[in-house]
Structure formats: C-alpha cells, structure tokens
Design a protein around this ligand. Structure first.
Ligand SMILES: *Cc1c(COP(=O)(O)O)cnc(C)c1O
Length: 366
C-alpha cells in the first residue's frame, strides 16, 4: 500500500486551486481574446525597464545566484527604511510563510491563528507542517476581527496572521490597531502582517506596519513583487522580521530559492518610480470606477484599499462568473474562500475594466 508511506497531513490535504489560465479559457469557450481580472496581477504588465534588465541578465543564468540575494536584500532595506539584517527574500512571499511556520511552529504542539475567509496559503502551509490552524469569525460586514484574534491566542500560539489590506475583501486595518494587537500577544507569539496589497492604500503610513516592525520585536511584515511590481511569474517576495528570526530563517532554508533573474528584476523594479506611479494611477482610477459603477448595477460592494474589489451581484455569483467567462472575462468566484455569493474582480487597464462593467451590465439586464 504505497499510500501508507504518505504522511496523513498530505493524504487529507486539499491543494491550492488557482483560477483557469487564459489558454484554458480560450480553449474551453472558443475565444480569441480573454481578459483576466482574477489574480490581482498588475494591469500594466512588466515594466519596460525591468524587461531590459532581464534581457541583459539572461546570459548569466548558467551561474548560481548569490545565496540570500545580498544586493536585493540591501535594495529592499533601503527602499523600506529598515536594517538589511531584518530582510529575508523568498521565492514569493509564499516561501516566507512556509519558512516562518517551519522555523517557529512545533508540529503537534503549537497553533497558528487567523480569521475565516482569508488567504488559503496560511491554513494550507500550517496543515502541511502538522501545525494546528485556528480560525476566528470575522466581525460584522467582514471586518478584520483583531480583538477576537487576541482572545484566540494561547501560550502555544506561534503565529497570528492578518492580511492588510485583506484578500478577498479589500479592507485594511490601521497600523495603530495592529500595534494594539501586537502589544497584547503572549510572549513567543509573532504577529505576521501580510502586506501584499499595501502599495494600494492611501495614505500608506496609516496602514503599514513596516516602521513598527523595526521597533516592536514581535511583528513580521510580508511584501511581494507579484502585485504592484508586476513580477508574479518570477516569484519574488520578502519578509521583514526581528533579526534573531531572520538569522534562523536564513539558516533553515534551501539555498538559491530566489533565482538570478528574480534578483535582478527586483532591484530594477524598486528603482523604477515611473512604472510604480503609473501602476498606482491605473489602480486608483479603476478602483474608483468599480466602486462607483458596481452599486449602480445593483451590486453590493465593500470599500477597498487593494487593487481589487469584492462585490455581491443581485444574481447567483456562480452564474455571473460563468456568463462572464463566456464573454472572455475571468474574475474570481469567492466560493473557494467560503463566500459563494461574492466575486472578486481586480482593476484592469481602463479598457479592460470598462469591458468587464459592460459585460456585467449585459448579464444583469438580461
Ligand atoms: C498575492 C498574495 C500574496 C503574494 O504571494 P507571492 O507568493 O509573493 O506571489 C501574498 N499574500 C496574499 C494575501 C496575496 O493575495
């Protein structure tokens, strides 16, 4: 019985289900063009400067990269105003989540705490590490339940996860509220604030825990190059964490998980203010447009500080998603987040966002 050789965590594991790819949708519905607004990717694509840097670096890929990506780590530290010793770069922030669990959470003993309807990676990786995953209910209207998180922790809590701005709701917690949470955690518990969408908040100083992380001693901030920097396919993210923890994380991880092209692209992306500002401009404009237009079409929307909007259509969300797919538009049905009545759509280019709204109007008026 080969499955007897497999760990029980793996046998009962439900793998991450990404949305269909553009090519899969084209084949299934016989479409020539498809607009993907389902994975919160950058509407402007890859920065032209980063593309040049990548092309230039291609002839170096026969070399191993430098372990722990010291040049990139320095560049991140400078951009974020934190000491480089606190920065650990990873193969997407997903790798940092996995490393944190493996470094601080004892299998079969410790727990990690989050709230319901959140990013599935925390639960998946906790379970895969044999660590108990505790989930508290959200507050009214999906509010981030910071008080309930504080009540759910105990002396075996290794990590408390908060996504801010939150995926899939777009709601953000204020830095002062998160500082209160960090202040009431028992010694030994770390607050992990996943700031994948922090670039899209305004004003970011009121929301980001980046500065606080350098001072508080029990806070880890996660960031990614997958969204505002347009590098999802290269896999690059990082954590900013207490120096003792960063040292252990670096010791525990396999070498070279950040590849040579990702390191070069990351350094160039941090320096490319033009592309970054253009991204924010498109996202802010498109987000405002979605938040205004969706209620006019009879949908309920939630205020968003991210590059996407969550909404509830007046018809079945499953039907609406299917009808959008037939028209070549991919959005995210939130069934997988435990919210079967809701949909998440990310801001596209101006024309993409308009095409989505037009198709939705057609569907809702049919
Ligand atoms: C997109 C996203 C990330 C980024 O993950 P990467 O592994 O860096 O691509 C992290 N956290 C949340 C909540 C996200 O939605």
């Amino acid at each position: 019985m080969p499955s007897k050789r497999v760990r029980p965590e793996v046998l009962t594991f439900t793998p991450y289900v990404p949305g269909l790819s553009i090519d899969e949708i084209k084949a299934r519905y016989g479409l020539e063009t498809v607009i993907k607004l389902a994975s919160n990717e950058n509407p402007l694509g890859v920065s032209p400067i980063v593309q040049q840097v990548l092309a230039h670096a291609v002839d170096q890929v026969f070399r191993y990269p430098q372990n722990h990506s010291p040049r990139l780590t320095q560049a991140i530290a400078k951009a974020m105003g934190v000491p480089a010793e606190m920065v650990v770069a990873g193969n997407g922030s997903d790798e940092i989540i996995d490393l944190l669990l493996r470094v601080v959470a004892q299998p079969g003993q410790d727990n990690v705490v989050c709230y319901e309807h959140s990013f599935s990676m925390y639960a998946m990786m906790a379970r895969m590490c044999g660590v108990e995953y505790r989930e508290v209910p959200r507050g009214e209207d999906f509010r981030l339940p910071l008080e309930s998180l504080a009540e759910a922790v105990n002396h075996n809590t290794a990590l408390v996860f908060v996504t801010s701005p939150d995926n899939p709701t777009g709601l953000a917690a204020r830095a002062e509220e998160l500082m209160v949470l960090s202040g009431v955690l028992p010694p030994g518990a770390l607050l992990v604030v996943d700031e994948a969408y922090m670039d899209f908040t305004w004003p970011p100083e009121e929301y980001s825990m980046m500065n606080a992380a350098a001072e508080l001693g029990n806070v880890v901030v996660l960031r990614t190059f997958s969204k505002a920097y347009g590098l999802a396919g290269l896999r690059l993210g990082y954590g900013v964490m207490p120096v003792w923890l960063a040292d252990h994380v670096r010791r525990a991880r396999p070498p070279f998980t950040v590849n040579l092209l990702a390191e070069e692209a990351g350094i160039a992306a941090l320096d490319d203010d033009t592309f970054y500002s253009a991204t924010l401009e498109v996202v802010f404009t498109g987000r405002e447009r979605l938040l205004k237009r969706l209620p006019e079409l009879g949908c309920t929307v939630w205020p968003s500080q991210a590059n996407f909007v969550m909404f509830q259509p007046p018809l079945s969300a499953g039907v609406v998603c299917e009808e959008l797919l037939k028209r070549g538009i991919i959005v995210r049905h939130l069934k997988s987040f435990g919210l079967p009545a809701n949909i998440r759509v990310n801001v596209g280019t101006g024309p993409e966002t308009e095409a989505f709204l037009k198709a939705l109007e057609e569907i809702l008026n049919a």
